[in-house]
Design a protein around this ligand. Structure first.
Ligand SMILES: [Zn+2]
Length: 82
């Protein structure tokens, strides 16, 4: 049980998946993902301008997920279900 699955996509929820591919955050990530679309992550990390975009995207998504964990902060699909 070390890999957690993304509830929305049914794949392993790697950081890369969550930031770049998860459809749950499609709406908030769409614009920045378009900038990074089709790029290798290693290539993105070599380009300071792309790293900035990636960081902003990650922050945005992290804020979204943090909000969901707060009491009353939206749905709780990411909380562990037994
Ligand atoms: Zn997903």
């Amino acid at each position: 049980m070390e890999d957690s699955l993304c509830h929305d996509c049914g794949v392993v929820a790697t950081p890369e998946h969550i930031v770049l591919r998860c459809k749950e955050t499609e709406e908030i990530a769409k614009e920045k993902r378009k900038t990074l679309e089709g790029r290798e992550i290693t290539d993105v990390l070599r380009n300071p301008k792309d790293v900035t975009v990636l960081r902003e995207l990650a922050n945005k998504i992290a804020a979204y997920h943090r909000m969901k964990f707060l009491p009353g902060g939206g749905e709780s699909r990411w909380c562990l279900k037994s």
